[in-house]
Design a protein around this ligand. Structure first.
Ligand code: ADP
Length: 391
């Protein structure tokens, strides 16, 4: 469990145990705000506050009386099948509740229910007259585990991917060594070492950016960003590689549209798309970058006349380290991370990325972002004008 989550659980348990001390009062609860917390049996009543606290907790919550009957349960607990009518369906949970009634204190354990794993915390809520009442909080670990798996996969992929350039550099160093008395060979292998070192640097940079993008904060300080500026900057940075292949880049679209976000990240995303359009297009072709407003969204699209992508590959190209043709991608200095970065940048901005492609005809990648409209400012009263009108 993450420290934040552990802290959150601690605070919630503390709060609820505190509320539980007032259980002797019999006050009826009628309306509760937020997620519905269902009262299953009439007596004993819980004091106001318990249901309200339970309803805002992200975890499944159940209050059991000393007879294992469900006094309160959150919608999440019912939806996940922990509770059915006034009974808890999971024997492991009931066993924990009994231990807590017997020994006091708070107990935590992982419990499995229909294939899903829950981290369960049970705490006594008992006070005079309601001894034996316990609170059960269950945190669904499915998503936590999924994120852990993705992270583990990422680390495994990264170490595998880094091995290739590192291995190549070691080999090249050995070759330079053995060709020490042939200046031309030394020159040639030194140049290849430089290329590999650059690829390694790019990969490390992209890995760092990608893990930052996958972190908690989507876009740290969103600001209004003009899309025309993003396009101009991204196209400008691609001019050199485009010129090297005699590829013409044409730009179309209005220049007054804005989105809310991080300009640098948006430039990186659009640049990755244009870089690919150049890398996977033959010489003497044309790339079109078009901006278009579509209702509440802005579409930034990049069309090329390149090799295209098969429908099967279109489904996978946004995965980290996925390349259609690894040998070709290596030749163009690709890392297989470019489109994964694009996908994360765009989704962190509340948008999405789409691809249209036909093999041997070309591809169009579209970044679709929510349009930012400045709130209309109320006209500032002009005291001088008011004077004039009065006269
Ligand atoms: P890479 O660094 O290999 O270019 P990306 O994540 O940017 O990695 O792209 C993944 C794969 O998608 C590429 O290896 C390439 O096969 C394919 N691809 C991306 N853009 C295009 C394009 N415009 N035309 C054809 N294939 C493309």
């Amino acid at each position: 469990m993450s420290p934040e989550l552990a802290l959150g659980l601690g605070v919630a348990l503390g709060l609820l145990v505190g509320v539980g001390a007032a259980l002797a009062f019999r006050v009826s609860e009628r309306t509760q705000r937020g997620e519905p917390v269902e009262a299953t049996v009439e007596e004993p009543q819980l004091p106001p506050g318990v249901a309200a606290v339970l309803s805002v907790l992200p975890w499944s919550a159940v209050v059991l009386d000393d007879d294992d009957r469900v006094l309160r349960s959150s919608a999440a607990a019912r939806a996940r099948g922990l509770v059915e009518q006034d009974r808890v369906r999971v024997p492991g949970l009931l066993a924990l509740a009994r231990l807590v009634r017997r020994d006091g204190g708070i107990r935590s354990e992982e419990v499995e229910l229909s294939g899903a794993l829950f981290n369960v915390h049970v705490a006594p809520l008992g006070a005079t007259g309601t001894a034996g009442t316990v609170l059960v909080l269950a945190e669904d670990l499915t998503e936590v585990r999924r994120v852990e798996d993705v992270r583990r996969d990422f680390v495994a992929n990264v170490s595998h991917e880094l091995k290739t350039p590192v291995g190549a550099l070691t080999l090249l160093a050995d070759t330079v060594d053995s060709a020490a008395d042939d200046p031309e060979s030394v020159h040639h292998f030194a140049a290849r070492m430089r290329t590999e070192a650059q690829r390694l640097g790019k990969m490390v940079q992209e890995i760092v950016l990608l893990s930052r993008l996958q972190g908690a904060q989507a876009v740290p300080e969103p600001r209004p960003v003009g899309t025309a500026g993003v396009v101009a900057e991204a196209v400008d940075r691609c001019r050199l590689p485009a010129a090297a292949k005699s590829i013409d880049i044409a730009v179309f679209g209005p220049s007054d549209l804005r989105v809310l976000g991080d300009e640098d990240l948006l430039v990186v995303a659009l640049r990755n798309i244009i870089d690919n359009a150049i890398a996977y297009s033959p010489e003497h072709t044309r790339i079109t970058v078009r901006t278009r407003r579509d209702g509440t969204h802005v579409d930034l699209s990049v069309s090329d006349q390149g090799i295209g992508i098969s429908p099967t590959d279109q489904r996978r190209i946004f995965e980290r380290f996925y390349r259609v043709d690894p040998a070709r991608s290596r030749g163009t200095g690709g890392t297989g991370l470019g489109l994964a970065i694009v996908k994360h940048v765009v989704s962190n901005h509340g948008g999405e990325v789409r691809v249209w492609s036909k093999q041997r005809l070309g591809s169009t990648f579209t970044l679709r972002l929510p349009l930012h409209v400045e709130p209309a400012t109320a006209p500032v009263p002009n005291p001088h004008l008011a004077e004039v009108v009065k006269k």
